[in-house]
Design a protein around this ligand. Structure first.
Ligand code: 16G
Length: 250
């Protein structure tokens, strides 16, 4: 691991296409890359601050600063006296508007989805309220079970105005990638979280026992001009996900 990280760090230093003069940001990127390439697995320990400082010829302040950012992002966790680990549970910061695909790729996992619905139809009254649409508008609906490799992690039902995304078949792996192509990736979102116990059908899809703990998250995603481009209701497995929010006093 130490060697993989040192090689990656040196590669980034030598790569003239990467203009990153700040050492701690370069190191942060190197750590992110080795996690993504699975050179270090979830649950494994990162080399100590002292070892990294020696091998990379960087100050311990720089190492600490690089690591602190990744702890905040949820990629690393720290246990007092035991060191720094690659997070095992998926720790998802609530402050960043990322997609399922991005969250998993950042952890070196391969995201995939199975669609149970991918169609277009007239908006229901509830969807019209959530998306600020008038009755009769058309919406694209995606119902997906979302996996990391073969492990199901979440069920998602997304509704998107057809004025933004004209054809559901344009969504392959990632809804946000499809929206990005139309310049309509959400820039801000409102989320509501609720603890739930998973019903029989949801539990079956997520390969857990009926009644297991889950998190139901509703996200409304907005563009800069205030238009709502997404209304998604997700059921995440409670045994895998941690949602973390940073709070500040005024
Ligand atoms: C996340 C979002 C969901 C969004 C999806 C897009 C939460 C709670 N939900 O799962 O609202 O639609 O990502 O992911 O984070 P995709 O681009 O991989 O389809």
């Amino acid at each position: 691991m130490e060697t993989a990280l040192a090689n990656e760090y040196r590669r980034l230093c030598d790569d003239s296409a990467i203009h990153q003069p700040l050492a701690y940001l370069r190191l942060r990127r190197a750590i992110r890359n080795v996690i993504e390439h699975r050179d270090i697995e979830p649950g494994q320990t990162l080399p100590s601050e002292r070892d990294l400082s020696r091998v990379l010829n960087l100050s311990r302040v720089t190492i600490r600063k690089a690591i602190a950012g990744l702890v905040e992002e949820g990629l690393l966790t720290q246990r007092h006296g035991a060191g720094t680990f690659v997070a095992e549970r998926i720790v998802k910061p609530m402050s960043r508007l990322t997609s399922f695909t991005e969250d998993l790729r950042a952890r070196g996992l391969h995201p995939r989805s199975e669609f149970s619905e991918r169609g277009i139809g007239e908006v229901t009254p509830e969807e019209a309220m959530a998306l600020n649409l008038s009755p009769g508008s058309l919406v694209v609906r995606l119902h997906r079970v979302r996996y990391a490799e073969d492990e199901p992690l979440a069920i998602e039902r997304s509704v998107v105005p057809a004025s933004v995304l004209p054809d559901p078949m344009l969504v392959h792996d990632s809804l946000y990638e499809a929206l990005e192509k139309f310049g309509c990736r959400p820039r801000r979102a409102l989320q509501r979280l609720r603890a739930v116990s998973l019903g029989a059908q949801q539990a079956r899809l997520l390969h857990v026992a009926t009644g297991s703990a889950g998190l139901n998250i509703e996200r409304r995603g907005f563009l800069d001009d205030g238009r709502v481009v997404e209304f998604t209701s997700s059921w995440y497995r409670g045994d895998i996900y941690d949602f973390v929010a940073e709070l500040q006093t005024d």
